[in-house]
Write a protein that binds this ligand. Sequence first.
Ligand code: GDP
Length: 334
Amino acid sequence: MTTLESLKALFEASLTPSPTVITIGLAIVFLVPILVHFLFTAATPYTTLPSVLLIGPSGAGKTALLTLFERGPLYRPDQPPSEKPTVAAPIAQTHTSQVPSAVELSVSSTATDYRTDLDAAGAAARKFLLVDTPGHPKLRRHALARLSAAHPTLTPAAIPGNATATPSGGAETGKSKLKALVFVVDAAALADPDSGALAAAAEYLYEVLLALQRRAQKARGSRAPAAVPVLVAANKLDLFTALPAALVKSQLEGEVGRIRKARSKGLLDSGVGVDDEVGGQGEEADGWLGAYGSEKFSFREMLEFDVEVEVVGGSVLGEGPGADKWWKWIGERV
Ligand code: GDP
């Protein structure tokens, strides 16, 4: 009886306008929506997903690689070629699409290849976005613009099966932190001196490395952004004409070195860097890739800017070494 009476008194008090009731009412009206908002944004998995960018010239195998990793658990290297999953997946038509495609993938901390059963790995699996970019020279600016930004972000509307990341400048909801770059090259085309593939790949790689270097230079003095390591994936090693990874490395270093020399000559001819010295080496040093003044270019020079470059061979199709080493490299960096 007393409980009923005290409940009744409480109910009446809650309906009687008083400062306490009004304060509690206002608190509920304002705090509940805020709490609900935080609960939902925290539960959205891809707001802070790390991302890995696939970059490189057209025809190198980026789309094929994205598809392979996406379909990983179904892929069996012992399948006859006719039964292997086709690479023309609907999500990844980079040659017809002008925006990057992205897929959400998971890597387990114990997984050494992408065929591991991630359901079994459970909570130990880490999710990340693999983002494909168009290799056509006219469409590269989005990828390059992102790299030179101090805090490169991607804006994915990433849902497995069909996903596109909007190019930079779009409505930015749900940012993703760039963790690594995979620069895919066609090691078979590089072996053919008449194809022009070596010059094309080196030109693009030069631009990519310079963008990462500028980003590091911009960040000096401020809170440095996390370094973005680069994997040069020497693809198509299933083809007997393909160059082995060590040769892909030396050929690319040689060609990037030649481009660097030609560009610095361009800077000198334009008068920049001779009279406009700022801080000792001036703009000439700013536009110089790697260790300033070094004769031969080597990827090791990029460590000066915290950019680790590693060349690893593999294959997406055929009876080659496969893509396990690339997957492992990515897994260690997301
Ligand atoms: P992208 O332009 O870099 O996205 O290149 P694609 O993924 O469209 O691949 C270009 C071509 O190379 C396609 O015909 C693929 O089937 C082929 N390709 C990709 N990876 C391999 C590989 O490891 N070995 C061989 N032999 N062909 C490959």
